[in-house]
Design a protein around this ligand. Structure first.
Ligand code: SAM
Ligand code: DTB
Ligand code: SF4
Length: 332
């Protein structure tokens, strides 16, 4: 069996990912769709709504990010939202048809104290609404991960963003190994890992395949894998990057689907630049989740009405909550 047809088991090498990635596009999409249908309902797409609970003023220097205090962008630091403000948005997201609510904070790491207590309260509140709760708060200790698990957090988003080799060109204030350490703390606490990356930052195809191989080698594989197309933000070092070619995005999604058959693959940032047809091709390639709602964290996302039309016209249905995610570990 050659590298391109072997089922991933244990460690996946960048060369194996590359052999899949470089297949003729129609073969690649066909295989990805076959893998998808073997593990998920074929027409179901998860709808997640994102909310920035603490915007801007971040001490990290991530080259793509509007919220880093190292760059001058349209984003100004804001106060942290209150629990009631967040739950109001979560209720609205549920009414609109989202099943997962993701809360993001522009922190390098979580600090103990009232802000973290408030996050725990938000998680409990979101879960009480019957929504899956996801958070992305920067680096976590084992103890913090356990507290989030006890509050009922469904998943924790912490992206590796790109290959280990390219990482230092994008972020200098933290290391790849620090990212991996937090992912392990999340896994140890029994919280599902949401981990993916960004394409369009100037990385090579080799870097993309190395990232996909690293993600697929995580044990267990991530519960969800967000694939972001860079949203170039004026004032960041990557503000002038050209748009991602949608067919390159399709290749990355299809490769992720084949390498991580049971993971939810999320077509994440960058959808405003994609045609409906390109998005449908991404679904055909195995993407089965989107961010749903008019805003991501600090940039735009397609209108809810447009997404509803897309779902209707393509015959897509919502992916049932918890059908795929392991239940959060009970602390008691
Ligand atoms: N501060 C936390 C962290 O870095 O883990 C959480 C928030 S951070 C904004 C979450 C993820 O959003 C990043 O890891 C990155 O993958 C993605 N992201 C941020 N800005 C983006 C952009 N302009 N385009 C595409 N993806 C972006
Ligand atoms: C992820 O991978 N993408 C989301 C979520 N995880 C937190 C964030 C996308 C941010 C896009 C740029 C912005 O709106 O600031
Ligand atoms: Fe901070 Fe996260 Fe933005 Fe990096 S990606 S600057 S850690 S908010």
């Amino acid at each position: 069996m050659d590298a391109s047809t072997r089922a991933p088991r244990g460690e996946v090498t960048p060369a194996e990912a590359r052999a899949i990635h470089d297949l003729p596009l129609l073969d690649l999409v066909m295989r990805a769709q076959q893998v998808h249908r073997a593990h998920f309902p074929p027409n179901a797409v998860q709808r997640c709504t994102l909310l920035s609970i603490k915007t801007g003023g971040c001490e990290e220097d991530c080259g793509y990010c509007s919220q880093s205090s190292h760059h001058r962008t349209h984003v100004r630091p804001e106060r942290m939202l209150t629990v009631e403000e967040v739950l109001q948005r979560a209720r609205a997201a549920r009414e609109a048809g989202a099943t997962r609510f993701c809360m993001g904070a522009a922190w390098r790491q979580v600090k103990e104290g009232p802000a973290f207590e408030r996050v725990l309260e938000m998680v409990r509140g979101v879960r009480a609404l019957g929504l899956e709760a996801c958070a992305t708060l920067g680096m976590l200790t084992d103890e913090q991960a356990r507290a989030l698990a006890e509050a009922g957090l469904t998943a924790y988003n912490h992206n590796l963003d790109t290959s280990r080799a390219f990482y230092g060109r994008i972020v200098t204030t933290r290391s790849y190994d620090e990212r991996l350490r937090t992912l392990r703390a999340v896994q140890r606490a029994g919280i599902a890992v949401c981990c993916g990356g960004i394409i369009g930052m100037g990385e090579s195809v080799e870097d993309r395949c190395a990232l996909l191989a690293t993600l697929a080698s995580l044990d267990p594989q991530p519960e969800s894998v967000p694939i972001n197309a860079l949203v170039p933000v004026a004032g960041t070092p990557l503000g002038n990057r050209p748009p991602v070619d949608p067919l390159e995005l399709v290749r990355v999604i299809a490769t992720a689907r084949i390498l991580m058959p049971r993971s939810v693959v999320r077509l994440s940032a960058g959808r405003t630049e994609l045609s409906r047809e390109a998005q449908v091709l991404c679904f055909l390639a195995g993407a089965n989740s989107i961010f749903f709602g008019d805003r991501l964290l600090t940039t735009g996302n397609p209108d809810v009405a447009d997404d509803e039309r897309l779902f209707r016209d393509a015959g897509l249905v919502p992916l049932e909550p918890e059908a795929h995610a392991p239940a959060p570990r009970c602390a008691s």
